[in-house]
Design a protein around this ligand. Structure first.
Ligand SMILES: CSCCC(=O)C(=O)COP(=O)(O)O
Ligand SMILES: [Mg+2]
Length: 261
């Protein structure tokens, strides 16, 4: 397997989750269906709680933003089974969440709610966070080499901590130095990577970002961050141009930090 060198100035690895540390199928076939199946029950039973109220408030702000941008969520006629104002409000939130999920939106509002909903599924052992086999050994090796390891995912920080805290390899949260989500900015915006570098306390050039999504890779590169695109089974096909432009890896074990043993 060919090795891919990362610059000697690298002090931190920044990892995407879906398609990078974790199969896309875990997200699409396990995590998302869990939300779809439990959404109504969850909203009905948590509706009066502060956390759920904040989630709904964020979703409503997102709806207002979407309406301004003409990204309208289809409004369904409320059916005969809905009687009270609360039931109607829950149905509206459900319509919006399911619509956002169908479009695989990465809005902070959607991701916060999802993170809160997955808490029970992970804690009960019903769901375990999947990690590719090369992930944990590679993170351990990088840490031994003195590198810091961070996660940057559209999934909320809470959702990230659940995935790594209740993973197929047990609780591996101690291997991570920190987490970033879309509250720092979108992954397709170069400024987000500048902010992450500032938060970590290093220059963008000292960070190597691993992701499966070339729009994210492009934004990271624009900010000065070094990038490798991760090719895993089921990930989006890359164009010939993308293949030529980016360093590609199929396993984290291919990465070699120049000058570190
Ligand atoms: C870590 S939570 C589950 C994944 C998720 O909801 C998501 O949007 C993953 O996006 P990523 O930025 O990790 O590709
Ligand atoms: Mg990804």
């Amino acid at each position: 397997m060919a090795t891919v060198s990362i610059p000697a100035c690298t002090t931190a690895l920044l990892l995407d989750i879906e398609g990078t540390t974790t199969p896309i199928t875990f997200v699409k076939d396990i995590l998302f269906p869990y939300i779809q199946e439990h959404l109504e029950d969850y909203l009905s039973s948590h509706w009066e709680e502060d956390e759920c109220k904040q989630d709904v408030h964020l979703l409503k702000k997102q709806i207002e933003e979407d309406m301004k941008q003409n990204r309208a969520c289809p409004v369904h006629a409320v059916d005969q089974t809905v009687h009270t104002d609360e039931e109607k409000a829950i149905r509206e939130v459900m319509d919006n969440v399911l619509w956002q999920m169908a479009a695989d939106r990465k809005s902070t509002a959607l991701k916060q709610l999802q993170g809160h909903m997955w808490r029970a599924a992970y804690a009960s052992g019903r769901i375990k966070g999947e990690l590719y086999q090369d992930v944990v050994p590679s993170i351990k090796r990088w840490r031994e080499q003195g590198l810091k390891v961070y996660v940057y995912s559209s999934g909320s920080v809470e959702a990230q901590k659940l995935l790594f805290g209740y993973s197929v390899e047990g609780d591996v949260l101690d291997l991570l130095d920190g987490h970033f989500d879309t509250t720092i900015g979108a992954k397709v915006d170069a400024k987000s990577y500048e902010r992450i570098a500032e938060r970590i306390g290093c220059q963008p050039e000292e960070i190597t970002f691993l992701t499966d999504v070339t729009r994210e890779a492009k934004a990271a590169q624009e900010s000065g961050v070094n990038v490798a695109v991760v090719v895993r089974p089921g990930n989006m096909e890359l164009t010939d141009e993308e293949r030529a432009h980016y360093n590609l890896i199929t396993s984290f074990s291919q990465l070699e930090v120049t000058g570190r043993v």
